[in-house]
Design a protein around this ligand. Structure first.
Ligand SMILES: CC(C)(COP(=O)(O)OP(=O)(O)OC[C@H]1O[C@@H](n2cnc3c(N)ncnc32)[C@H](O)[C@@H]1OP(=O)(O)O)[C@@H](O)C(=O)NCCC(=O)NCCS
Length: 391
């Protein structure tokens, strides 16, 4: 009989239990194309009992679960999508015979141009190597995942964040409301980027006109669409007027994927702790969605207010990582570092005439040795541990 229950635990606790008990970890992937769809995997007539599943696979030694999600998706579907994978939750599975007792659930997003269905021969390197999977996007509420095996363990949280006004679209703090930018915010965006004081240390961020404001808004909205997180417009709870913008953006520092934290407030709202309050909420949301990704702030050397906010939300100065930015050298502040994680950032769809075929990038990767425990490449972020502690 398949087990029917699992415990939801925090990411850090799940990883710790796996380490202490030697339990295998598995990453399960909910791939969405539109918010109300999910990719399911049907087995062909050769494996009629396997039911309807989602792409999933074991976490390799030395690999982050989020990284395993991106790799497994590629191996099981032929799709290379841009990460980072969005974390949904972790479960401990109550079946001592189960090969993977720890399950981490992730969401990845496929380009809208992805076909409705295709077949894929699983690539070498997995237990399912050589099997033919039939992949199809189904409506989220009619996914039809075979019950009792945990495939649907976090489907509920996916429904919650996928719908308009879902949990991540609006954040509330003690005094503030943070919400996703829309067309209505264009005047505020323009004003915030035209005030001399707001851009004193980053003159390159000045916006010349409404056209540039619209371009900036489009880039922010793309972040939300591609990564499920981005910048929020900040208002006071008792007054809908915008006082600032605050949020995180998926970027790399060197070759390392990170979440870059930005804050910019109207000078009339400075000095009241709003910047710190909003930053804490944004960092908490980033940590919930991407627990493996460090949070980074780039601070111009003379910007003492920005440096102070970075320190107050738990980041620390790392002079070795300073690098030139658009307006000169940036001081780098980093927090919540866990371990190394190479984001596979290029979108590459490997199919031809409705079937997946080997693509050049995948062939390159097949010949690349997989990371093994402890054998990580040199990385200046590797030994840093933020307040979240090592996992
Ligand atoms: C950086 C910025 C967001 C800080 O806003 P703020 O409203 O002053 O921030 P808070 O009220 O939360 O204050 C945070 C801390 O910074 C300190 N601080 C603020 N401005 C400071 C300054 N010019 N010099 C020294 N400390 C300063 C505050 O005293 C407070 O520290 P404390 O609690 O220990 O007293 C704001 O100055 C701003 O929007 N600047 C323009 C945009 C910008 O430069 N953004 C940074 C790009 S990364």
């Amino acid at each position: 009989m398949p087990p029917t229950a699992s415990d939801r635990v925090t990411f850090d606790r799940a990883r710790d239990l796996a380490r202490r008990h030697g339990w295998r970890e598995k990453a399960l992937i909910y791939l969405t194309r539109r918010p109300d769809e999910i990719l399911v995997l049907e087995h062909t007539h050769e494996y009629p009992d396997a039911g309807v599943q989602v792409p999933a696979g074991g976490v390799d030694p030395g690999e982050e679960p989020a990284q395993a999600a991106v790799r497994e998706l590629l191996e099981e579907t032929g799709l290379r999508v841009s990460g980072p994978a969005e974390y949904l939750g972790s479960h401990i599975w109550h079946d001592e015979a189960a090969p993977s007792r720890v399950r981490h659930y992730y969401r990845l997003r496929a380009p809208l141009t992805t076909p409705d269905r295709w077949e894929h021969i699983v690539s070498a390197g997995t237990d399912d190597s050589g099997m033919v999977f039939r992949l199809v996007f189904r409506p989220l509420r009619e996914a039809g995942l075979t019950p009792g095996f945990g495939w649907d363990g976090e489907l509920g949280s996916l429904v919650g964040v996928s719908e308009p006004g879902g949990a991540d679209r609006e954040l509330r703090t003690e005094r503030l409301v943070l919400r996703v930018p829309t067309e209505h915010d264009l005047p505020s965006i323009l004003q915030l980027h035209q005030q001399d004081l707001s851009i004193l240390h980053n003159p390159g961020d000045r916006l010349a006109d409404a056209v540039q404001a619209r371009d900036l808004l489009a880039r922010w909205q793309r972040q939300w669409r591609d990564h499920g997180i981005g910048y929020w417009m900040v208002a006071l709870r008792h007054d809908s007027g915008i006082i600032g913008v605050r949020g995180v953006k998926s970027m790399t520092l060197g070759s390392r994927p990170i979440m870059n934290l930005l804050y910019r407030f109207d000078p009339s709202a400075w000095g009241m702790g709003y910047a710190t309050e909003a930053a804490r909420a944004a960092v908490a949301r980033s940590r919930a969605l991407h627990p493996s990704l460090p949070v980074v702030v780039r601070v111009r050397p003379a910007n003492r207010g920005s440096a102070r906010v970075a320190l107050k939300v738990g980041l620390r100065r790392e002079p070795d990582l300073d690098e030139p930015g658009e307006d000169g050298i940036d001081h780098i502040y980093v927090g919540f570092v866990t371990s190394t994680f190479d984001m596979q950032d290029a979108a590459c769809l490997c199919w031809s005439r409705g079937r997946c075929v080997p693509c050049p990038r995948r062939r390159d990767e097949a010949s690349r040795p997989r990371p093994v425990g402890g054998a990580r490449r040199a990385d200046p972020l590797r030994d840093l541990h933020g307040p979240g502690g090592p996992t």
